[in-house]
Design a protein. Structure first.
Length: 146
C-alpha cells in the first residue's frame, strides 16, 4: 500500500515512524502559536496535511500517543479518529485534557499516531432471524472474568 501525503500548510510535518518497527506514524501539530488546554478542555488541533491511500479498502485510524495520555492525561476526545479513504480535507486532532494541570501544545509536537487499517465492505442483509450460538443473548460479563 502507498500513502501519499499533501502539505496544506508550508510548516506542516509529514507523519513518520519514530523507529523502523513502530506501528504508528506520529502526527504533529501544525500551529502558528501554542494552544493551551486547561483541564477538561477539548480543542481541535490542526495538522496541516491530508492524504490519499492508493486503495479504497483502507481507513486511516488515528490513535492517542501513550506518553501524552499516561504522563499528562491528554488524549483524543473521540478515542479513535477515522479518516476515510476518500476524504481530502485538512486533518484536525480533537485533543482533550483529562489531566489536572494545563497542557500546552506547540508547533511540531507529536500529538497522535496514524495506523492505516484494511476495512471490510460487507453486503448488508436484513432478516427476522439469526443463527443460535452457545453465548446467545448473553451480554456484558456473561462469559465470566476468569
Amino acid at each position: 500500500m502507498k500513502l501519499t501525503f499533501k502539505k496544506l500548510k508550508d510548516n506542516a510535518i509529514i507523519p513518520s515512524r519514530a523507529t523502523s518497527a513502530s506501528a504508528g506514524l506520529d502526527i504533529s501539530a501544525c500551529l502558528d502559536e501554542p494552544v493551551t488546554l486547561e483541564p477538561g478542555d477539548i480543542k481541535m488541533i490542526p495538522v496541516g496535511i491530508t492524504a490519499e491511500p492508493d486503495c479504497d479498502d483502507v481507513a486511516l485510524l488515528i490513535y492517542p500517543r501513550s506518553g501524552l495520555s499516561t504522563k499528562f492525561g491528554v488524549t483524543l476526545a473521540n478515542c479513535v479518529g477515522v479518516v476515510d479513504s476518500d476524504y481530502r480535507g485538512e486533518w484536525f486532532i480533537p485533543l482533550i485534557n483529562n489531566g489536572k494541570a494545563p497542557f500546552t501544545v506547540e508547533h511540531g509536537m507529536r500529538i497522535a499516531q496514524l495506523i492505516p487499517t484494511k476495512v471490510l465492505f460487507p453486503d448488508i442483509e436484513v432478516s427476522d432471524t439469526l443463527s443460535d450460538t452457545e453465548r446467545g443473548e448473553g451480554g456484558f460479563g456473561s462469559s465470566g472474568i476468569g
